[in-house]
Design a protein around this ligand. Sequence first.
Ligand SMILES: *Cc1c(COP(=O)(O)O)cnc(C)c1O
Length: 352
Amino acid sequence: MEIRIENTKTPGVKVTENLGFGKHFTDHMFMMDYNVEKGWYDARIVPFGNLSLHPAATVFHYGAEIFEGLKAYRTADGSVQLFRPIENVRRMNNSAERLQLPTMPEEEMLQAITEFVKHEQDWVPYGAGESLYLRPFLFGNDEALGVHGIQNSRFVIIASPSGSYYKEGINPVKIMIEKDDVRAVRGGTGFAKCGGNYAAANRAGARAEEKGYTQVLWLDGVERKYIEEVGAMNVMFKIAGEVVTPMLSGSILPGITRKSCLELLREEGYKVSERLLSVDELLEACKNGTLEEAWGTGTAAVVSPIGKLSFDGVEYIVNNNEIGKTTQHLYDTLTGIQWGRVEDKHGWIVKI
Ligand SMILES: *Cc1c(COP(=O)(O)O)cnc(C)c1O
């Protein structure tokens, strides 16, 4: 795939302090368009700037949008690397298939990501826990209001130099179990990384934040009984020595951090099970002291300990509101591999 490059004439100043998350962007973006007859065309790296879209563009009216999130890491020797980017490529294509957006050959999407990162590599920050967050996204771009199969789409990648996701660092977070709203149902779009899932989550998220909780923990959409996932993270619990996480049933996002944690834990001989976990079982484990640890997993936060769970107005404390041993171990191992401090025995790292 040929990528046309148009460099900016007005390079931006690189922010190095208080990066935050997703607030600052690099000088360029990757873009490529799709038409049913032409296929993918005009791969290009162009100056970062506003998109100009037709007011009838599909994405504004019918929510045809999917995205990915991954990071480029700066290692101690100054090189830049990615963590399992092929997994993001495959998930993007699975999401695209669900929303009937066009898929892209894996090698081409991977090439788009790696060449774009190479072009922007000076923007990968050097500070501890900092990274260049990459946000590929794809949306329907037909210039008409009729609802038919999508004829035109656009794929874009933007990059944001970011600090640690949680301002407080790796302190345990407070999570509210949501009773009323649901995020997704089996057969719906829960397994796809699409903007619409986030739109459906907004109201519960706002209610949780109002009460001082960081994120919502969703229950299944049918019985409102089984644990699904947190806002932008999968969840794991250590109950009586065993790591339990909800199975991938179609309504939760198949996280790459989740997959990596499960692979590491199984290799190390932990007892791990992917199964249904009811909120009653979880709270009972909390009350009888068998709930040893709880944590969320996701690219942005990596591994995030959960210190408090609230359900029906009652607050439950997990592991004395401290980070547990397994949580800390996973955090250290994964961030170690990602930043090049721990040997990559799995072939997860792609050097830029
Ligand atoms: C992205 C995301 C996750 C985490 O996936 P990773 O691949 O580990 O980053 C979990 N849940 C939702 C809803 C997400 O959008």
